[in-house]
Ligand binder design. Structure first.
Ligand SMILES: [Mg+2]
Length: 266
């Protein structure tokens, strides 16, 4: 594991400059990375300036949004059209659909979950079934301890091949060996013939993308420096993402909105 450095200091900016001289695939997590964390996950959206910056970048480089949400759920929250969306933590491809083995394996868990759903709801936890994964949220629980206990009772018995991963006020139910965000980034860099990669995310399910990045990729975890993250760089807060996007555009010679760039024949 390399030491984590601040992305917007001189060394981090130089790493972005180097990256942009190549043809990188740019990968972005959605919640907490492109979109600010909100109390109601259903209200999460890209701020308009972020969407505008990404739209300009997407005209120049392949842009992937790699989310824990379903593809259908994340698409209408973006306000720009990325090159590719991957959902379900890596297990659902916008064009190829959800991983079928994963959907089948989750079936056995789903039966038990539906039986226990009333207990979970009483404890303030809500189930979000995303087909290729399931999220049990307790962000809104009046008593988070009670909610966590109800979730613990549900996941005390898991069918073969099913595992859980805690996130921010959520427990994700996933299939062991399901494609993760690391697999997604590897697959997409090959698909788009990219020479390098950039990936930024803010949560546990982003770590596989950091961990399996090639040595010359730029990987970034959003949030105060975490020494146990596999990301090489960090940002202090989500709002700094616009500075990163602007920096990328500058290195591509994009002079900014409203002015013609080199792509437009001036
Ligand atoms: Mg996130």
């Amino acid at each position: 594991m390399m030491p984590t450095r601040y992305l917007l200091d001189a060394e981090g900016r130089a790493a972005i400059a180097r990256l942009m001289t190549r043809r990188p695939l740019l990968g972005f997590d959605f919640d907490g990375t492109l979109a600010p964390i909100v109390m109601h996950p259903d209200e999460a959206r890209l701020p308009e300036p972020t969407a505008k910056l990404l739209e300009r970048l997407a005209a120049r480089l392949p842009i992937a949004v790699v989310s824990g949400r379903q593809v259908l759920d994340v698409r209408h929250r973006l306000g720009f059209k990325p090159t590719h969306i991957v959902g379900n933590h890596g297990a659902e491809d916008e064009f190829d659909g959800p991983d079928t083995r994963v959907v089948t394996t989750l079936g056995a868990f789903r039966d038990r979950m539906l039986r226990m759903e009333p207990d979970l709801n009483r404890a303030g936890a809500t189930i979000e079934d995303k087909g290729a994964s399931i999220a049990i949220h307790y962000r809104m629980a009046p008593n988070p301890v009670a909610a966590r206990e109800a979730i613990a009772a549900l996941i005390a018995e898991l069918p073969p091949g099913v595992l859980t991963e805690p996130g921010k006020r959520v427990v994700n139910v996933l299939v062991d060996g399901a494609p993760d965000k690391g697999d997604a980034m590897t697959r997409l860099t090959a698909r788009y013939g990219a020479d390098a990669g950039f990936y930024v995310g803010d949560d546990t399910n982003d770590e596989p993308a950091f961990e399996r990045a090639a040595a010359d990729w730029v990987t970034v975890r959003v949030g105060p420096r975490l020494d146990h993250s596999h990301a090489r760089y960090y940002l202090n807060e989500q709002a700094e993402i616009d500075d990163v996007l602007r920096l990328m555009l500058e290195h591509l010679g994009d002079p900014g909105e409203g002015r013609p760039g080199p792509l437009f024949g001036t």
